[in-house]
Ligand binder design. Structure first.
Ligand code: F6R
Length: 579
């Protein structure tokens, strides 16, 4: 949700922290702040984007510092609520990702003891609690404070009197990068990749003491050793590389992301718990839920394995009857709802499998087994290449379950995706950019493709868009159709082709312009549609991928024409670590 960065070493800390926060801005971007150990604790914090205000922050002195980029939960975005927060005497500064659930009670007690609060945040109580315990040993003060906190937190803390950073983790991600007599701490690897590929992922309950010379990790009162992992993401993956937006770059990376993720899983590496399940429950949120729905359709259609799909956010409060394999799909591996659902499934003795893109993520630590996709870092808030990577893994699992070990057709899919990247969608963009509302319709696995296309359109262009199973449009939404309400219809040569053509005619009869996606050479569809976008004639699985990429590009180009902030849409954040 929020992003945090810390640096301790011999270089100027503020520029490293600012650069790191820019890499983490996808996690939240309503305000930011930095604290360094210069002449005492020096702080700069500001509402708004980092790029516009970074010049003041990089002037902070010191070679030790912490920083934060915020996605507001407690208190509106403003300078006072921006992190870092300090104690009454400005001796302690902290940044926090997560939510302190018992903050209100703690704040009342602290206020009664004379502490002054400057913000509406939950975080500020932690600075004051540490202040009460601080007698010259920051590590001990944090260690005594942590048991008082309920909720989730990744904390970085500095004191004006000590050359160290204390890092604490509970249910929010925190990784330590290991350099040459310098250390980094961050919400994920992206700010660290430029300096080192060696990292330690802290576990829940860990507290780390970082000095220029060493990092020491404690769990409770005991020192613990955590493995040093080598991260194979490249720093180039975190740059725009000449593209105008990360989203466009990531859409163009999809042929490779699909190919790499397909190869992340061969029959030998399918975790044993996933071998031939009698039934499957898929749990996910947002785009990952749409990937889950495609997975469900294909699993039932191809392998005859019954599959149910649940919103992770509902799973907790309305537990469905599950017994077989539970699969959690999550690109970040940190989504709070999915994590909670996973823990519940485990508590009910279900074998659990996670499909995620992030090594060391919380969900990968809890699941019985994890398949890591190989999409590389995704910076744009709207998921694209991570979505296609989820489909790669899902399709590969289906192939393995179906005993279909010849994956040539999927290994060649990247060529079909490359072909789509060259499509001219300007006619369709001209129609969409004027719309107040757009409907997307398809059947079978193309219905979730429509849901995902509509989600992309609404989140980055701010145009209202809805995906429907094509047969459902006539049961109510027809009332909204007019010449100003475009309908995007995916019409593939399968058992639903004829009925889709009828649906399109019914839509046309209500004056709505139709943008149809179908096979090249389909003259019947071309005749009935106002705009016809052709897809190469490929395997059904690959048709899903190519139609999806068209809808991603349509949303992207529409958002660009409307001058939207494509990579950082309003009110959103990439990793949703609150329920
Ligand atoms: C939309 C998007 C979100 C995420 C959702 C779940 O573009 O990215 O809908 O899919 O917040 O996130 P993960 O996959 O990290 O669990």
């Amino acid at each position: 949700m929020c992003g945090i960065v810390g640096y301790i070493g011999r270089r100027a800390a503020a520029p490293i922290i600012i650069k790191g926060l820019e890499k983490l801005e996808y996690r939240g971007y309503d305000s930011f702040g930095v604290a360094t150990l210069g002449r005492g604790i020096e702080i700069f914090k500001h509402q708004g984007r980092i790029a516009k205000n970074a010049h003041s922050a990089v002037r902070l002195n010191g070679t030790i510092g912490i920083g934060h980029t915020r996605w507001a939960t407690h208190g509106v975005p403003n300078n006072a609520n921006a992190h870092p927060h300090t104690d009454c005497k400005n001796r302690i500064a902290i940044v926090h990702n997560g939510i302190i659930e018992n903050y209100a009670k703690l704040k009342r007690e602290l206020s009664a003891r004379g502490h002054r609060f400057l913000s509406e945040t939950d975080t500020e109580v932690v600075a004051h609690l540490i202040e009460e315990k601080y007698t010259g040993n920051l590590f001990s003060a944090v260690q005594e404070t942590v048991p008082q906190l309920q909720g989730s937190f990744a904390l970085l803390v500095i004191s004006a009197e000590e050359q160290r950073i204390i890092a604490a983790r509970n249910a929010s991600p925190l990784v330590i990068g290991i350099g040459d007599r310098e250390f980094f701490a961050a919400s994920d690897m992206t700010p660290i990749l430029e300096y080192t590929e060696r990292a330690i992922f802290l576990e829940d309950g860990d507290i780390a003491d970082l000095t220029c010379e060493a990092v020491e990790i404690f769990h409770g009162t005991k020192t613990v050793t955590r493995p040093v992992e080598l991260i194979d993401w490249s720093v180039e993956d975190t740059k725009k590389g000449g593209f105008s937006h990360y989203m466009l770059k990531e859409i163009y990376e999809q042929p490779q992301a699909f190919y790499n993720s397909l190869r992340a899983l061969d029959p030998e590496t399918l975790p044993a718990i996933a071998a031939k399940p009698s039934s499957v429950t898929i749990v996910a949120c947002g785009s990952s839920y749409h990937a889950g729905l495609i997975f469900k359709y294909l699993l039932e259609e191809t392998c005859g394995i019954p599959a149910r799909l649940e919103f992770a956010s509902e799973f907790k409060y309305f537990p469905p009857p599950v017994s077989g394999l539970v699969i959690c799909i999550t690109q970040s591996g940190e989504t709070a709802d999915t994590l909670t659902a996973l823990k519940q499934a485990k508590a009910r003795n279900c074998p659990t499998l996670a499909i995620t893109n992030v090594l060391g993520s919380s969900i990968s630590r809890v699941a019985d087994a994890t398949i890591f996709m190989r999409a590389g870092p995704e910076i744009s808030v709207a998921a694209t290449k991570s979505f296609i990577a989820q489909l790669a893994v899902s399709m590969q699992i289906i192939n393995i379950f179906a005993g279909e070990h010849d994956t040539k057709m999927l290994l060649h899919a990247h060529r079909a995706i490359e072909e789509i990247l060259l499509k001219d969608l300007s006619d369709a963009v001209s129609v969409c950019k004027k719309a107040q509302s757009i409907f997307y319709v398809g059947r079978g696995p193309f219905y979730p493709v429509c849901l995902e296309g509509a989600l992309k359109m609404k989140e980055i262009s701010y145009i209202h868009a809805e995906g429907y199973a094509a047969g459902e449009l006539k049961h109510g939404p027809f009332a909204l159709l007019s010449k100003d309400t475009p309908v995007i219809a995916i019409c593939m040569p399968d058992s639903t082709y004829e009925v889709m053509i009828s649906n399109i005619k019914e839509i046309k009869a209500r004056s709505a312009p139709v943008i149809a996606l179908g096979m090249e050479g389909d003259s019947d569809l071309a005749d009935v549609a106002d705009i016809f976008i052709t897809l190469p004639d490929t395997h059904r699985f690959v048709q899903i991928l190519t139609s999806l990429v068209v809808l991603q590009l349509l949303a992207y180009h529409t958002a660009v024409v409307l001058d939207r902030d494509v990579d950082k849409p309003r009110n959103l954040a990439k990793s949703v670590t609150v329920e």
